[in-house]
Design a protein around this ligand. Structure first.
Ligand SMILES: [Zn+2]
Length: 268
């Protein structure tokens, strides 16, 4: 059971996750500490190689991706999470971060061509997950019919073995999976199920890492590339938690740790 997922089958508002008010003195000390840390992190740190990171916001304003259990388009989730991950990664002075949104209607081939044009060292394509149609149930949310599935929840990381840097992609995916597990997030196993539309080959099911050669944005990438399904928006509880900024920040911090560990291990 994921620590961060309170059960909810209600259609209502997003739950708060924060741990209550922070005393003023604690906040002041934290600000002073952060300022000192920034001053200490001298430009010498930037003397090493700067890695270029492209964060692809999955889908676009036109296609939108899957619909959540409350009929919210996946693109809105992707945009919010990509922005949170971008903010976190920008805190690492070794990284130059680009959050990339494709124009409406841009074909996938052109999307990855544009990303390759940015010459990234690594690509993280941000998505949110659905399930196969056979698992969907009907309910009504805000007087509108909607579909949900509360059976599965959790993140998944996909890579292709056919892109420009398959080994680096695999190492990055493993590092991200490990950091997410360490951060308290659980992977979903539903992609490994041997049914129509799934049957993805797990590279490490405990870390939520799968091989999916056919994904264009991964296959045609010249850099190390992963596609991150951050959670399942058809799950009524997980949808709500994914809409919480504190949860996204926590998730983004784990992604940042995963990237940092991959750099430490010289995987990129
Ligand atoms: Zn998607």
């Amino acid at each position: 059971m994921n620590l961060w997922l309170p059960e909810s089958s209600r259609c209502g508002d997003i739950p708060r996750i924060s741990g209550g008010k922070i005393p003023f003195m604690k906040l002041l000390l934290a600000c002073i500490g952060a300022a000192l840390l920034l001053a200490w992190a001298s430009p010498a740190q930037a003397g090493g190689k700067i890695l270029r990171v492209a964060i692809d916001v999955g889908h676009c304003a036109e296609t939108k991706g899957a619909l959540s259990a409350r009929n919210r388009p996946e693109f809105a989730f992707n945009r919010a999470m990509a922005s949170a991950i971008g903010r976190e990664l920008k805190r690492d002075r070794r990284l130059q971060v680009f959050v990339v949104e494709a124009a409406a209607g841009l074909p996938l081939k052109k999307r990855i061509e544009n990303i390759n044009g940015l010459k990234p060292d690594l690509l993280i394509s941000v998505h949110h997950d659905s399930v196969q149609p056979g698992y969907l149930k009907e309910w009504t949310c805000r007087k509108a019919p909607a579909q949900y599935c509360d059976l599965y929840r959790g993140y998944s990381v996909f890579i292709s073995g056919k892109n420009g840097r398959p080994e680096a992609s695999r190492a990055l995916a493993m590092s991200l999976g490990a950091a997410l597990r360490k951060g308290g997030f659980l992977p979903s196993v539903h992609h490994a199920e041997m049914i129509r539309g799934e049957g993805r080959r797990p590279i490490d099911i405990n870390l939520g890492v799968y091989l999916y050669d056919g994904l264009v944005v991964l296959k045609d990438s010249r850099s190390a590339a992963v596609l991150l399904e951050c959670g399942i928006v058809k799950n009524r509880s997980e949808e709500l938690i994914l809409r919480n900024p504190a949860y996204r920040k926590k998730f983004a911090r784990a992604v940042r740790a995963g990237v940092a560990n991959a750099i430490r291990d010289r995987a990129l």
